[in-house]
Design a protein around this ligand. Sequence first.
Ligand code: NAI
Length: 251
Amino acid sequence: GKTIVITGSSSGIGAETARLLRQQGARVIGVDRNDPMITLDGFVRADLSEPSAIDAAVAQLPDRIDALCNIAGVPGTANADLVARVNYLGLRHLCQRVLDRLPEGGAIVNIASILGAEWPLRLAQHKALAETANFEDGLAWLAGQPVPQETCYQYFKEALIVWTVTQSQKWFLEKGVRMNCVAPGPVFTPILGDFVAMLGEERVQKDAHRMKRPALADEIAPVVAFLCSDASRWISGVNLPVDGGLASTYL
Ligand code: NAI
């Protein structure tokens, strides 16, 4: 079986993905700031907002990792600096640190969001941020372009999509490692309430009404598992919406 590292494994989509991949026979190592609620094959506690903590976590991970699922994330009700660190800079740092442990055919799956769908509006900014070499350079670049608190969640999900798509070209050609995003619409997890606080009851109700209901975590996890599997070996550099068609209603 494959060895798969999953961040955010202690709640919501990450916990469901860990459960499913173990059921499918993978050895799953969780990484989270909180204790796991389910049985895992290994667990590393780490605060993924700090590069030094990420490095310490990587030192405890296996030498060979077949897939990395970056599922940990904070909602836009968190401070914009923390959103930048966890949802983008730390995620990117972890990928860079884990890359040389992924074999040819290895996979990285990053959880974006339907709220990142407007990335084309700020493409030049997101490409410039994607070109910063590391966590500290990214922070320094952001200090010159402060991101408003109200839209920080959207901004860093957009940035994640642009980084994933652009960086994947290089890693696929040079290392044979695939990297893709999954972009869920609303999902029933503990942070759904934070999206109501971020966007307002009306918008969330409107979206929920369009799709009849939010997704369940077990409607997202199988797609993440597919993108980790060899069945998806020719898929690289895509952002796959898993939103019950919600994005299509924005046209
Ligand atoms: P959740 O709150 O249930 O799980 C998030 C996990 O990330 C938690 O276990 C938490 O401890 C961990 N985490 C957060 N900050 C961390 C840090 N600094 N260090 C280590 N671990 C940390 O949320 P959910 O819904 O499962 O979210 C998973 C991903 O899906 C996130 O990236 C979120 O932005 C994204 N998403 C969620 C949607 C939803 O409606 N629930 C919709 C679209 C995207």
